[in-house]
Design a protein around this ligand. Sequence first.
Ligand code: KIV
Ligand code: ZN
Length: 386
Amino acid sequence: MGQRVYIFDTTLRDGEQSPGCSMTVPEKLRMAAKLADLGIDIMEAGFPIASEGDFEAVGAVAKEFPWVQVAALARSNTLDVERAAKALENAKRPRIHTFIATSDIHLKFKLNKSREQVLEAAVRSVELARKYVDDVEFSAEDASRTDIEYLTQVSKAVVAAGARTVNLPDTVGYSVPSEYAEMIGHVVRELGDSAIVSVHCHDDLGLAVANSLAAVQAGARQVECTINGIGERAGNASLEEVVMCFKTRPDKLPYITGIHTEHLYSASQLLTSMISFGPQPNKAIVGDNAFAHEAGIHQDGYLKEKSTYEIIDPRTVGVPEGKLILGKHSGRHALKNRCETLGYTLDIKELDLVYKGFCALADRVKGVRNEQIAQLCQEIKAAVAQ
Ligand code: KIV
Ligand code: ZN
């Protein structure tokens, strides 16, 4: 049995705030229902001070899904924290998530504050949030570019002020796994079991999932992530990738989540239907080609024994069946198999002719569709019968 890692979903906040991803309140509620089915532990439903829609969404999600822990984001100031508290006032399991940047670069150019002032704002906002709710999370924005001694000092101070979770984001996606793990490990050791250390990684260098996994190996026990990896700029760590890494490689990653993985594909599809883009076709786990095998050698091996080329049974993530795309690299074996699936049993001569027609077609088009293969079979059968 692996150690439990909590999944904090921020599809409806970090995801939703990125270009092309905005959602109406009813859309957020539909997506929230799917996230609840999926079994996420904490759902960040919005940033109440940012807009009326976010304020309303947080309240509506908390009302509709009272058994889910619902988080609302707030900067480390009084107005933000009070707005988040108001949005969560009827929630059964509210969490206020307050944040302030801690790196010198943000302090100097964005906040124009000293380290002491930021430390004080962090502590004050946590204390204020604790007046409204028991469950407070603090995030040190741009933690991965923050001086480690100062980061440790802030982390200890916010825990003393009442934060139960300390999130250390790689806000700009700059970290690499070994250094991120080192930073997380240091804070985990310093905090002991006084708080849960959380990670929140952006994908600017394509390392968000790798960094999140390295952090968990270093002792983090909450991962912040999104469906399809949506989020600011290049996005956040993809929930489906993080979860399936744990599930597929328990030998190397002995961690468990509460995610019902058979809902992953439909969660991805539902999100795609609401925002302006879907995952790229070759996206791991939920992309159109994630379980498609085109090369002839691969298809031949896959048809003999799926585990030759498939490390995840597509049904585990809710994909109805492995999709074999037939294209110009496909072999006769795969074609014969597809023809049989389509209801055409071919003798050797017929298969030869269908294969010839198929190759000519595959040269012209990218991926031959089932209807085209069925039509070829019909034509060849008719021609041979004459
Ligand atoms: O990327 C980030 O640092 C954030 C924080 C608000 C958690 O989204
Ligand atoms: Zn973020």
